[in-house]
Design a protein around this ligand. Structure first.
Ligand SMILES: Cc1cc2nc3c(=O)[nH]c(=O)nc-3n(C[C@H](O)[C@H](O)[C@H](O)COP(=O)(O)O)c2cc1C
Ligand code: SF4
Length: 472
């Protein structure tokens, strides 16, 4: 019997390296002894993206900037939650015969606000600046929102006449940069939004690249033409809760105690930030999750700062409950909301209203399959475009170039926005009725079940089947 240490010899001449190589097999062209990863290149750390990022930064000498929202695949989504409609324990409402209330009131604080905002639906269009958006896009959003019975917001850079005319209800945004802050405009608004942060880039100011600083934008913001604009992040007139309280009071006086004051924050520590904003006197707190859209942001901020919308909603609602402000201070949620289904889930988790940015741009025609050559010139195609920062938007939404802006037909785009908002609301009411609710505001955490441990841990929603939330 041959022992293991005895060298075996074939009864024929030794093989050559050439005769060993498999020319037509998987190991062809790979030097002997080199592992399978040789031709696959699958380093988890040095992925093609990580390599491309170093190449880009080493050539640019700065971080990369772009529009749209995070591309991180690690964010939990509302798809990890499902509704559990009524069957025996609860009674559903008839989808086609029974009604479901959708009216949404923001800032209903007798004594402090004489004209709270009354929306026909629980969704409205987010603050997106004129500058990031074209004037046609702003007008179309305003007309579309008005037709659907809801409102829109100015965004950084002041109030555009076209937008005020188009919007039945318009919230005026005050950003730390104070671009075109105007007392007259303040008094023409239906609400005031103080921005403390955005989900896409919390803790940093706005960015508008020079290509979009047109004559009109430059005039409104008192900026030189065509120069990149980086706005400040801290409001010059308040540093903490005490000063914020004074600022809110000042704004109430300036507007005659008529309109509600909103405080918008990026979702980072919502449990504490929401409580501080509410205690400082805000009538409406807007929490924008990390999936929130932007006209332009350093890409690393999009992917690595802030917490997901889904995890922020419950924390924000609990914060209002804990400081006794629920029912008094309204909670608006934004960031990555794509449909009435997402919106309904956010309402069930505790939001009073939902704000949409990117989805409203899609309804305007963002990423629509037209002007293929112009998408191609940007190195992209319809369905994949995220090039808002370039100012070369093929469909005329995020541009200041007249020949591109003309492509956006205001009437058609406004109608699409109105139809989209109406369709979203129909999705919400269908789900609410299936859960036996006669108002969309009666949706509750108990109407949901979580499909993953993460979703349950983030939201406190019971896990499907075992009907208990995941706890440590
Ligand atoms: C093109 C664009 C411009 C924006 N401009 C502003 C702005 O001027 N001020 C602000 O507070 N937020 C701005 N935002 C953020 C939105 O107000 C909102 O928080 C965000 O879009 C919500 O996330 P969503 O896009 O996923 O719906 C902008 C967003 C986009 C997409
Ligand atoms: S189509 Fe226009 S608005 Fe949409 S992602 Fe591209 S550049 Fe931005």
């Amino acid at each position: 019997m041959a022992d293991d240490l005895t060298e075996y010899e074939f009864p024929f001449p030794p093989a050559t390296e050439d005769s060993i190589a498999m020319r037509d097999g998987a190991a062809a062209n790979r030097p002997a002894g080199v592992p399978e990863s040789y031709d696959q290149g699958k380093s988890a750390r040095w992925s093609p993206k990580a390599i491309a990022d170093v190449h880009a930064m080493s050539q640019l000498g700065r971080y990369q900037l772009r529009g749209f929202n995070t591309f991180s695949t690690r964010m939990p989504t509302f798809d990890d939650l499902v509704f559990v409609p009524a069957s025996m324990t609860r009674l559903p409402l008839e989808g086609y015969r029974e009604s479901c209330e959708t009216e949404t009131v923001l800032g209903d604080r007798p004594g402090l606000v004489s004209n709270p905002i009354r929306l026909a639906i629980p969704i409205y269009v987010a603050s997106m600046s004129f500058g990031a958006l074209s004037a046609n896009a702003k007008a179309a959003l305003g007309y579309g929102a008005s037709k659907a019975g809801t409102m829109t917001c100015t965004g950084e850079g002041g109030m555009l006449e076209d937008e005020r005319e188009a919007s039945n209800l318009l919230v005026y945004q005050i950003t730390p940069s104070r671009y075109m802050l105007d007392l007259e405009h303040l008094r023409m608004a239906d609400g005031i939004e103080l921005v403390m942060g955005q989900g896409a880039k919390p803790g940093t100011g706005g960015v508008l690249l020079g290509m979009k600083v047109s004559e009109r934008v430059a005039r409104m913001r008192s900026l030189p033409l065509g120069v990149d604009q980086r706005s400040t992040v801290r409001h010059p007139d308040f540093l903490g809760a005490d000063d914020l309280q004074v600022k809110i009071e000042e704004l109430r006086e300036a507007t005659g105690y008529k309109i509600p004051i909103f405080a918008k924050i990026g979702a980072t520590r919502p449990r504490y930030d929401v409580a501080i904003a509410a205690k400082a006197g805000a009538d409406v707190v807007v929490v924008d999750g990390t999936e929130g859209g932007t006209g332009a942001s350093p890409e690393m901020l999009l992917d690595h700062t802030g917490i997901p919308t889904m995890s922020a909603v419950r924390a924000a609602r609990e914060a209002l409950d804990e400081c006794g402000k629920s029912g008094e201070v309204s909670l608006v949620i934004a960031g990555g909301i794509r449909s009435g289904v997402d919106a309904a889930k956010a309402l069930a988790l505790g939001a009073d209203a939902i704000m949409i940015g990117t989805a409203a741009l899609m309804a305007l025609g963002c990423n629509s399959p037209r002007y293929f050559e112009d998408y191609e010139a940007l190195g992209t195609s319809p369905g994949r475009c995220h090039h808002c920062h370039t100012g070369r938007c093929p469909v005329g939404i995020t541009t200041q170039e007249p020949e591109l802006e003309e492509r956006l037909d205001v009437a058609g785009a406004a109608e699409r926005v109105a139809r989209f908002l109406t369709a979203m609301t129909m999705e919400i009411t269908l789900l609410a009725k299936s859960c036996g609710k006669s108002s969309v505001h009666n949706l509750e955490v108990e109407d949901l079940r979580a499909l993953s441990l993460e979703a349950s841990a983030f939201t406190g929603v019971s896990l499907a089947g075992i009907d208990r939330p995941f706890t440590w």
